[in-house]
Design a protein around this ligand. Structure first.
Ligand code: NAP
Length: 338
């Protein structure tokens, strides 16, 4: 079997390094092109842990050269930059997996409202497939452009969707209390993410303004076929990696904890990367450096309480991108990820 050849655009950031680490162990894939705007040097100079493991230079972005050497491009770029790069790659015939938010919100006006930037690629937005395998596997198979979900949205949607789809909870009474490690903000330094600002500090941010809220609502509303509304409250926690979400949902009359458990078992019984925990509750420690999402549900004072945990760099980003790549190229879905 020929290996799938992969280009990483935006090769100098955290999601790129995470993708490289996993792809080096992938039996059916190889990295053939690494692109950055400002560096031309061996990747192992930039990421010293790769010395002796990946002997590739970082090169300028050239869509035709990428096309000559790769079958698929992972866009590990910030939003806006991603939609500047995707059209040339798609026009050249490559398949593209975008880790940014540029192709997640289906309504360009909604994107412009939340991201404060004009959407410049409506043509490709129209056919982009949301890359959450547990719900959109068949569309991902044939997609030219996969929009990899956000890290918080992956943890929220997987924790809520089975209950909403089964009509077990009130769709306008959902609270998502979420916490993320600092690598979720990427490698580019900023004062807000400077070590003395974050160390020993646990704090909320972006209440009512976090861009992942419309992504979660859009996806849940689509799966339910009617509008779903939620309160999304993110927090930063001084860890390198990891997301934990505690989700509070109001059962509809007559819905029981047994119904909720049955809905999760039905949705995820055959899923390779969703683990339902009966005994230990989910923890960032149990999923760190893995592509698993762990989930548990309890009932307390008239609410379902769903807890989810994932690694923001793996199931929340590069691991899920590789899972999508496996599906797109007809490989075993767990290849390189277990
Ligand atoms: N970190 C996470 O946990 C996580 C989770 C889910 C999704 N994501 C999304 O994945 C994408 C990448 O995240 P990341 O954490 O890897 O970010 P990052 O560490 O900041 O790296 C982004 C890379 O993109 C390149 N870049 C920056 N601005 C650019 C521009 N205007 N034009 C072209 N290239 C540019 C930079 O490389 P050069 O300067 O060398 O060109 C940089 O190394 C983002 O859209 C992010 O929102 C991240």
């Amino acid at each position: 079997m020929n290996k799938v050849r992969i280009a990483i655009i935006g090769a100098t950031g955290y999601t790129s390094l995470e993708a490289i680490r996993w792809l080096l162990r992938h039996p059916h894939a190889e990295i053939t092109y690494l692109a950055s705007r400002k560096m031309e040097q061996p990747i192992s100079d930039l990421f010293p842990e790769l010395l002796g493991r990946l002997n590739l230079p970082i090169e300028p972005f050239d869509p035709q050269a990428v096309k000559a050497r790769a079958d698929v491009a992972l866009l590990c770029l910030p939003h806006v930059a991603a939609m500047d790069h995707a059209p040339a790659l798609l026009d050249a015939g490559l398949r593209v997996i975008d880790l940014s938010a540029d192709y997640r919100l289906k309504d360009a006006a909604l994107y412009e409202h939340w991201y404060k930037h004009k959407h410049v690629d409506a043509a490709n937005l129209a056919h982009a497939v949301y890359g959450l395998p547990e719900f959109f596997r068949s569309e991902i198979k044939s997609a030219k452009l996969v929009s990899n979900p956000g890290c918080y949205p992956t943890a929220a949607i997987l924790g809520i969707a089975p209950l909403v789809k089964a009509g077990l909870v009130e769709p306008a009474d959902i609270i998502v209390n979420a916490a993320s490690g600092i690598s979720g903000a990427g490698r580019t330094p900023s004062q807000q993410h400077h070590f003395p600002e974050r160390n020993e500090s646990f704090e909320p941010y972006g209440i009512g303004s976090h861009r992942h809220a419309p992504e979660i609502q859009q996806t849940l509303s689509g799966l339910r076929g009617r509008e779903v509304q939620l309160l999304f409250v993110p927090h930063l926690i001084p860890m390198d990696r990891g997301i934990l979400e505690t989700i509070y949902l109001k059962p509809v009359a007559g819905a029981t904890l047994a119904d909720a458990r049955a809905a999760f078992a039905q949705a995820y019984g055959n899923e390779p990367f969703v683990r339902i925990r009966e005994t230990n509750l989910p923890s960032t420690k149990y999923v760190a450096n893995s592509n698993f999402l762990d989930l548990a549900v309890r009932e307390y004072n008239g609410r379902f309480v769903v807890m989810t945990a994932l690694d923001n760099m793996v199931k929340g980003a590069s691991g899920q991108a590789i899972q999508n790549m496996n599906i797109m190229f007809g490989l075993p879905e767990t290849s390189g990820l277990v």
